[in-house]
Write a protein that binds this ligand. Structure first.
Ligand code: NAD
Length: 281
């Protein structure tokens, strides 16, 4: 089975649009602000995708662009301004920042209740403590798909390749919160295949095209390929899709798998943020 991320995302969008309508009846329009520093073309493309998704479900969105050479103080000042605006429910700082600058301080200046990417330490801490609030969108999309597919997570053998703050680490915490058994592999893992062959659920987020080959995958595994790599004029994942689909019971394609789910979760969390803020008024 090919996991159709676009179809799953469309379902989330329908539900999200209904929640937006409900808020509108109370006079509230959810708003998302994206913040981009510089002119990274890939970031600009991701931002366009996010804004058009917002438009589809009725979320008002705006893109704040700061010049490449903006200081950390400039960025934090802008974020503080957005924190203070009642019409902005969610703030997303598009990464990476230029010149390898650390986003840590800027991330921390986003109000946790507006942190729709779930990267603020308060939200990450809540996730680790099993009290999920706003969480990183890609792991949330994967959990959503597994639950929608009716996959039992309790006791499931899950293996994650990649231990980034964006995907691997939060996903490990989310799977543990649902009582899966979790192994997390990374670039220093000695024998990757030895671990991946255990996986009933295999999630690959390494950014290395063709990293996962057929012989590394257990018969019947559910495989989520998070990787987005440009190879020539094609976008490919981290999994050798054509070969692995022969052994997997279900697999996400790239493109059209995890990517659309990630964007759908951003919409969902922006509306959740608006709902929570409305409850405080
Ligand atoms: P990252 O560079 O921060 O982390 C990469 C991880 O992979 C690290 O843990 C590293 O140790 C591990 N790794 C690298 N090479 C490896 C190897 N040979 N064997 C085992 N582990 C290895 O990356 P990230 O931000 O987590 O993103 C990973 C990939 O997922 C990228 O291709 C990125 O573009 C993509 N991504 C996609 C989405 C989406 O919505 N589809 C979202 C986030 C990231």
């Amino acid at each position: 089975m090919i996991i159709d991320g676009k179809a799953l995302a469309a379902g989330v969008e329908t539900e999200t649009a209904q929640r937006v309508k409900k808020l509108e009846r109370k006079g509230i329009v959810p708003g998302l602000a994206t913040v981009l520093v510089g002119e990274n073309p890939a970031s600009q493309m991701y931002i366009r995708l996010k804004h058009s998704a917002c438009t589809r479900v009725g979320i008002r969105s705006e893109n704040v662009v700061l010049p490449q050479n903006s200081s950390e103080e400039d960025l934090i000042e802008k974020i503080m301004e957005l924190n203070g605006r009642a019409d902005i429910s969610g703030i997303l700082l598009q990464l990476p920042l230029p010149d390898g600058r650390s986003p840590r301080k800027a991330m921390m200046s986003i109000l946790p209740e507006k942190d729709v990417d779930g990267f603020h330490p308060v939200n990450m801490g809540a996730l680790l403590l099993g009290a999920e609030k706003l969480v990183p969108c890609t792991p949330r999309g994967i959990i959503y798909a597994l639950e929608k597919m009716g996959h039992r997570l309790e006791g499931a053998e899950a293996v994650i390749v990649g231990h980034s703050n964006v995907v691997g680490k939060p996903l490990a915490a989310m799977l543990l919160n649902r009582n899966a058994t979790v192994q997390v592999c990374h670039v220093f893992t000695r024998d990757l295949a030895e671990h991946t062959r255990d996986a009933e659920i295999l999630v690959v987020a390494a950014g290395v095209p063709g990293l996962i080959k057929k012989e590394m995958v257990r018969e019947g595994a559910v495989v989520f390929d998070v990787g987005i790599n440009r190879v020539g004029d094609k976008t490919v994942g981290d999994v050798d899709f054509e070969a692995v689909k022969e052994v997997a019971s279900a697999i996400t394609p790239v493109p059209g798998g995890v990517g659309p789910l990630t964007v759908a979760m951003l919409l969902d969390q922006t509306v959740s943020a608006a709902e929570n803020q409305a409850a405080l008024i």
